[in-house]
Write a protein of this length. Structure first.
Length: 319
């Protein structure tokens, strides 16, 4: 028989009278997922709520039925007969025996909308909506040396549970050696759970690497500015250089100039990935000649004598 509009369908879906069709569909999907019997097995209240939601969307999701509903209960009762809908819906719910069953009729489109882009279909005689879980991203701070050598971390993050709130979960993850700042690492299947047999989402680790106090990094290569004394650059000699593996020595030729670059092969960061396994980048050492903080009278006299004996113009190329 014709139904009267006694229920506030807008309130049931959690929308307002001026909501767009798109907003109504979005609200319906959200409510339907939350109260679907597959998500709430054995919960009669959730099943009743799901029926209400489906009824509300059956009216508000159709332009003509919505218009009749907004013209008032009496007009709605004359123009719209919901008995067909209730009959189909009752059959779909298996004649009240529990579980949402998919039957022939007009509800196919309704559940297609509920699927919201996921795969929907009968499973074990019950209608289920396969909705993949969403991905989760967590920031993971690392020290510079940890990023170079690799590290293990236990990350904690929140995931939704069946009750509608969240729970905190812990996952132990391995950070590969040589990871760079800003790199996104995927941990498959550790995101939000899927529904209707669909797979869970993924967990993504966004790596944040702290800067080093003197090494700079570009990919697997490292860069270092090495301060040397005037006499070391002028006379040459063996000096010590810091590396990731401790210190090593390099031999400066006499007359080394500021800005000169010395390459130490294989002294950089590990190259990530299977192709780079066991391989490392290079360390590029840029020489920076540093003057003493103070020059006494004796040192000044020596410099003046050097200027007289070996005059040269360091800015000759700028003329």
């Amino acid at each position: 028989m014709p139904a009267t509009a006694k229920k506030d369908y807008y309130e049931i879906l959690g929308v307002t009278k001026d909501s767009s069709a798109k907003a109504i569909k979005k609200a319906y999907r959200k409510q339907a997922r939350k109260h679907h019997p597959d998500v709430n097995p054995g919960d009669a209240a959730a099943e009743d709520r799901f029926k209400e939601i489906a009824e509300a969307y059956h009216v508000l999701g159709d332009e003509e039925r919505r218009a009749a509903y907004e013209r008032g209960p009496e007009q709605f009762a004359r123009e719209v007969d919901l008995s067909d809908f209730f009959s189909q819906f009752g059959q779909s719910f298996g004649g009240g025996q529990g579980g949402v069953h998919f039957g022939a009729g007009g509800l196919g489109g309704l559940f297609d909308i509920f699927a919201g882009g996921g795969a929907a279909g009968p499973r074990g005689g019950a209608w289920s909506v396969a909705q993949p879980g969403r991905d989760v991203e967590v920031a993971v701070p690392l020290g510079f040396s940890e990023a170079i050598k690799g590290a293990e971390r236990t990350v904690r993050y929140d995931l939704p549970n069946a009750a509608g709130d969240t729970k905190t979960v812990s996952t132990k993850v391995r950070i590969p050696a040589g990871v760079e700042d800003g790199k996104r690492i995927r941990v498959k299947g550790r995101g939000e759970p899927g529904s209707g047999g669909a797979p869970a989402g993924n967990l993504y680790l966004r790596v944040r690497v702290a800067p080093h106090r003197f090494f700079k990094r570009q990919g697997a290569d490292l860069y270092l500015e090495l301060p040397v004394a005037v006499y070391e650059a002028g006379l040459g000699g063996t000096i010590r250089v810091p590396t990731l593996d401790g210190t090593t020595t390099i031999k400066l030729p006499a007359g080394t100039r500021s800005g000169q670059v010395i390459r130490l092969s294989g002294k950089g960061a590990p190259r990530p990935g299977k192709k780079g396994k066991g391989k490392r980048g290079d360390l590029f050492v840029t020489i920076r000649i540093e003057l003493p903080e103070q020059i006494d009278e004796g040192s000044a006299a020596l410099l003046e004598q050097f200027e007289r004996d070996h005059p040269y113009d360091p800015r000759r190329d700028m003329k």
